[in-house]
Design a protein around this ligand. Structure first.
Ligand code: CA
Length: 697
């Protein structure tokens, strides 16, 4: 009897403890929902200008019919509006600082427009609106309205929450995190633990090294739609969602785990933010989004400001980045020199305080820049060695509608009579055609190469990256098409004067220089240089059918070399020297750059000031020049640092990503005898990456 009493007493205590723990747990969980929802709510209102918001609402309201529909919206093809308009109204309604705060009529408009959306249940042909935008926008509106003095009718809110439910497409990179975001909204609105669990899981799922699949690659670049560089297109969505998720869930039991935090921080710091100069993206990282208005404006300040809250370790770095990308500090604020070879994506990014210079290429291992949904219609040559050269950042911003699309900066190709020649015929990306594409890097300097064979044009193109200058070499230029073959040096906004020595020499012989917008161009061997500085016309629609047909006229600086018709082994050499005026360009010491070779077997440049040599061996062979000799038994890219010193370093990579080992035989001025090195190269996921070797006596 006693025993059983004891036992039932114990049971009772245990169940009391259990109930208490559950209560505590439930309360902690409830607190989680409240904290997260409050962060989302605050975040939704960041940057709202009440005056602008009210203006927009009063402009839109008269078109709202008694049934809750807008006269000017086609509900069979609803895109951002009307849900954005409803969200606007919800924001104004809950903001004490807004003139329409707690406005009764506005509340009526919110309710009836939401009711109409619910009843009408619009569907778009593009799944993205149905599965991502609609549920996100509804969730945001409902979260905002939770702060309203008069809440939405319970039944309406409940029905809308149910309308947000979608099946998650997992393993779909940026899209997965985009979908998980409305799961998070719904979890907070319903205080449902299972929903919050899956939201957190799938929000963070894409923060991983995907190795060949869509997502972050081992080299730090980002793939989406197959093996296609998408650093600030889908990678922007990924970055934005991941930052938001980590920001919302910080310091809760759902906080981003440390290992994934490291991956995310690396991506943001070492790749993504480096593609933003001032507040503008490099045009090479926006994918087909290059054809959208304002797509080079990064709008980054807000996002960067959040990062330090979940990554306080790098707070100083995030603060500097936030100030720079919000243009509160100069474009070089907090910038340090770097050189990144993204051998997985065919993308090279060279950063200096004075400039950003990037190159995009394609190979048999990757997909060429896609056209999709009738976006990026004329971007056929975007991955053919396009060079993005930025100083202020805005050199190319919104210039794309008037671009001549067969003269993308950096590319060599046919000069068609009109832009139809640049039309991408197949959607969603096609593979590149050659495999000798890549480069070598030590993180600060490097060389990149592109074996071009596309659109019946062949060329061997290489870029040698130093501090003050980038040397661009092309050779083996062949084509038997009827058009002139040209190499475009740049095509940017015309800003200020253009000065040039072009035309001063007879028939393109001898060195030529040109300068525009603080960027100097030097052509050591001249060439048939053409410069145009006049207005070009066009519209967004011709490159993207979602965009406006309004005719635009912009002044453009365009500079290119004309190799003529039917070139059989044409070549070019030019130096880009950013950050100079005409006087500085005159004083610039060009003799430090020695172009040792520019043949279709070997391209090599020595920089005497930096004491380094960079070379692209398209075939096994030997480079011999003033006291140095370098022999390799396989094609490769090579870079030797401290060339004449006592401790030279050899950096080597195989652009074909096929060889596990290359033998190098070196005779350097500072070494008494020649030196043979068996260079074992990275393999597997890292094939194509740079290996380095100390060259010692
Ligand atoms: Ca043309």
């Amino acid at each position: 009897m006693m025993v059983s009493m004891k036992s039932s007493g114990l049971k009772m205590w245990l169940s009391v403890i259990f109930v208490c723990l559950s209560c505590l747990f439930a309360r902690a969980q409830q607190k989680n929902y409240a904290i997260i929802m409050d962060r989302i709510n605050q975040d939704l209102q960041v940057g709202i200008n009440d005056g602008v918001l009210t203006k927009r609402i009063t402009k839109n309201l008269p078109a709202l019919k008694p049934d809750g529909s807008w006269t000017d919206i086609n509900y069979a093809d609803a895109q951002y509006d009307p849900l954005n308009r409803i969200k606007d109204m919800a924001s104004a309604y809950i903001r004490p600082s807004n003139k329409l705060y707690q406005n009764v009529e506005l509340y009526g408009a919110i309710v009836k427009s939401l009711q109409h959306w619910l009843d009408k249940n619009p569907k778009n042909k593009n799944w993205w609106y149905n599965d991502i935008f609609y549920p996100q926008a509804i969730g945001q509106t409902l979260i905002l309205m939770r702060n309203a003095k008069t809440q939405l009718p319970v039944e309406l809110e409940k029905a809308l929450i149910n309308r947000m439910i979608r099946k998650l497409k997992t393993g779909d990179g940026a899209n997965t995190s985009d979908e998980a975001l409305h799961y998070l909204y719904r979890a907070c609105l319903t205080q449902n633990r299972a929903t919050l669990d899956s939201a957190a899981k799938y929000l963070f799922e894409p923060i991983a090294i995907a190795d060949g699949k869509e997502g972050i690659q081992v080299d730090g670049s980002y793939y989406q739609h197959g093996k296609q560089q998408a650093i600030a297109s889908y990678g922007r969505v990924f970055a934005g969602n991941s930052v938001n998720a980590a920001f919302y869930l910080r310091e809760t039991e759902y906080a981003l785990p440390k290992a994934q935090l490291t991956i995310l921080v690396n991506y943001l710091k070492n790749t993504f933010l480096r593609t933003v100069r001032g507040s503008f993206y490099d045009f090479n990282v926006r994918g087909r989004g290059i054809s959208r208005k304002d797509s080079l404006s990064s709008g980054m300040g807000g996002m960067v400001g959040k990062i330090k809250l979940f990554d306080p370790e790098n707070a100083a770095y995030w603060d500097a980045s936030a100030l720079r990308t919000a243009r509160k500090k100069p474009v070089d604020y907090g910038i340090t020199a770097s050189h990144s070879q993204y051998w997985k994506s065919g993308y090279t990014l060279h950063l200096r305080k004075a400039y950003t210079f990037s190159v995009q290429t394609a190979s048999t291992r990757t997909l060429r820049t896609e056209r999709g949904n009738n976006e990026n219609i004329l971007g056929k040559f975007l991955p053919d060695g396009a060079t993005n050269i930025q100083r202020s950042g805005s050199e190319y911003a919104n210039l794309m509608p008037v671009w001549e699309w067969d003269k993308i900066p950096g590319t060599t190709g046919r000069d068609y009579p009109d832009d139809n020649g640049a039309t991408v015929l197949k959607e969603w990306g096609i593979p590149g055609t050659t495999k000798f594409v890549g480069g070598v890097s030590d993180g600060i300097y490097g060389v990149s190469c592109y074996d071009l064979n596309y659109d019946s044009v062949q060329a061997k193109k290489a870029w040698f990256f130093f501090d003050r200058e980038v040397v661009c070499l092309g050779t083996g230029i062949k084509s038997s098409t009827k058009e002139n073959i040209t190499t475009t040096i740049n095509q940017t906004w015309l800003r200020g004067d253009v000065a040039s020595s072009n035309g001063a020499q007879a028939n393109g012989k001898g060195e030529i220089w040109a300068i525009h917008d603080s960027i100097g161009y030097i052509f050591p061997q001249g060439g048939n240089l053409e410069i145009s500085s006049k207005a070009q016309t066009g519209n967004w629609y011709r490159i993207n059918h979602f965009q406006s047909k309004n005719e635009l006229k912009h002044n453009v600086f365009k500079i290119w070399l004309n190799h003529g018709k039917n070139p059989q082994n044409a070549s070019y050499q030019y130096l880009v020297v950013p950050g100079v005026d005409a006087a500085a360009l005159k004083k610039y010491n060009r003799s430090m750059i020695q172009i040792l070779k520019n043949t279709d077997e070997l391209q090599a440049v020595k920089h005497t000031g930096l004491d380094m040599l960079q070379a692209v061996f398209y075939k096994a062979g030997t480079l011999a020049a003033n006291g140095l000799s370098l022999q390799v038994d396989q094609p490769c890219t090579v870079y030797i640092k401290d060339l004449n010193g006592k401790n030279p370093m050899l950096y080597i990579a195989d652009p074909t990503q096929e060889n596990a080992s290359i033998k190098a035989l070196l005779k350097l001025p500072g070494l008494s005898k020649s030196k043979s090195i068996d260079c074992n190269l990275p393999t597997g996921a890292f094939a194509g990456a740079t290996a380095n070797f100390k060259i010692k006596e």
